[in-house]
Design a protein around this ligand. Sequence first.
Ligand code: ASP
Length: 465
Amino acid sequence: MNEMVDDGKKKRSLALHWQILIGMLAGLLFGWLAVVMGGQQLTIDWIKPFGTIFIRLLKMIAIPLIVASLIKGVSDLQDLSRLSSMGFRTIGLYLMTTVIAVVIGLLIVNLFQPGRSVSDETRAGLLAAIPGDQGVADDSVDAATSEKLGKIRAQASRQKSNGPLQPLVDMVPDNVFAASSNNGSMLQVIFFAIFFGVGLILVDSTKATPVKAVFDGLNEVILKLIDLIMLAAPVGVFALLATLVVESPGVDILMALVQYGLCVVVGLAVMMFGVYPAIVWLLTGRSIRFFFQGILPAQLLAFSTSSSAATLPVTMERVEEHLGVQPEVSSFVLPIGATVNMDGTSLYQSVAAVFIAQVLGIDLSLQQQLTIVMTASLASIGSAAVPGAGMVMLVIVLEAIQVPSAGLALIFAIDRPLDMCRTAVNVTGDATVAMAVANSVGRLDEPSVKNWDDNYSPDEDGLRE
Ligand code: ASP
C-alpha cells in the first residue's frame, strides 16, 4: 500500500494536493473568465464532460471497492473467537467514536445550516444542472427545474412515509446481483460483503485460503484503480469548478462551500481536541500533552498523504514506542482501525450529506437524519483507507436519504483539503482506541521513548514494513 502511494508520488514533481489546489483555482479563474467573456456554452460543451467523467469514474469504482475491502477486512479477523474480550472492546469503541463523530457532524451542520445561504435563483440553477433520469436538462430551465424539484421532493416524502424499520429491511438484499447493479442498493452490497466475510472465516482454511487470496488481490487492484483515478483529480476538479462557476447564477454557492468546509473543520476539531483527549484521559489517565506529543508525526503524515493505510506503519511505531501500547494490542487494533474506524470520514459524510440536501432545498426528516447516522457509520467502515475514498462512499449516504448523488459535484471542489484533515482525525481515533483497549486488558506500559526528548526521524526510529 505504501509502495502504491509512493509510486504515484515519485513520478510527480508536485504533490497531488497542490496540483488539486491549483486545478481548483485555475477552474475558478477559467469559469470567471468564461462568464466575463461569454464562453459559458464553450465551457459546458468542452469542459463540463471531463468533470462528469471524473465523477462517473468515482461512482464506477464504489461497488467493487465495497465488496473487496469489506470481505478482506472481515476475513482478516481470521477467527471469530478472536472477537472475544479484546475484539469486542475494539469494535465497541470504534463504533462508539464513529457514532459520536456523526452526531457531532449532524449537530454542527443543522446548527449553522451552511447550505441555506444559497439563494433560490442559484438553487434553481443547480437543480437544472443536475442530470435527471432521462439525461441532461432541456432548454426550458424553469419547467425542467420545477419538475426535478417535484421528483426529488416526492422521493423524499416517500422515504418519510416508510415505517421505522424500513431502513433495516432495505439493508437485506433478496438478490445480491440485482443489488450490485442497482445504484440504490449499496447498503445491501455492504450487508452481503460482511456476511460473506464471516462465512469465509467459518469455512475450512484449505477452502477459504484461495478465496481469500482472490479478494486480497482484488482489493489491491481496486486500490490501484483509485490511485489512477485520483491522478485525474486536478483535471476533474478544474472541470467541475469551471462548470460550477459558469452554471451558477450567483457567487453565493462559493460562500456556502466555504461555510460547509468550516463546519467540517469545526466538527473535526471537536473530535481531535475534545473527544479523543477526553477518552484518553478518562480511560487511561494519560495527559493530553503526552498523547499529542506521541501521535503528532503520524497525524502530520496522515494530513499530507490523505491515507490512513499509508500512515499505518508510523501510527504503529508511535503508538507502541511513544504511547506505551504493547504490540499484541496495537497489531490487532490498528490495522483493523485503519480500514474500519474512520471518525473523521463519518463526520464529514454526515455534514456533506446534509449540506447537499440543504443546497438543493430538500428538508430532511428526523428519520432521514437517523438514517444518516447509520449509513454514514457503515459507509465510513466500508471506506478504503486511501485518498478520496470517503467521498466515493458518500454516495451511499446520499442515496439512502434520497438526495441526488450528482450533488457530489457541489462539494468536490474542496474535498481534498477536507480529506487531509479527516484522515488526520481517522488516525488519531485509531490511536485513542488502541490506548483505551490496551489499558483495559493491562497492556499499557510507560513508553520506551520519552516524548519530550523526541525529535522524530523515520530513519532513527525505523519504519515498520
Ligand atoms: N482518506 C481517508 C483515509 O485514508 C478516507 C477518506 O475519508 O477519504 O482515512
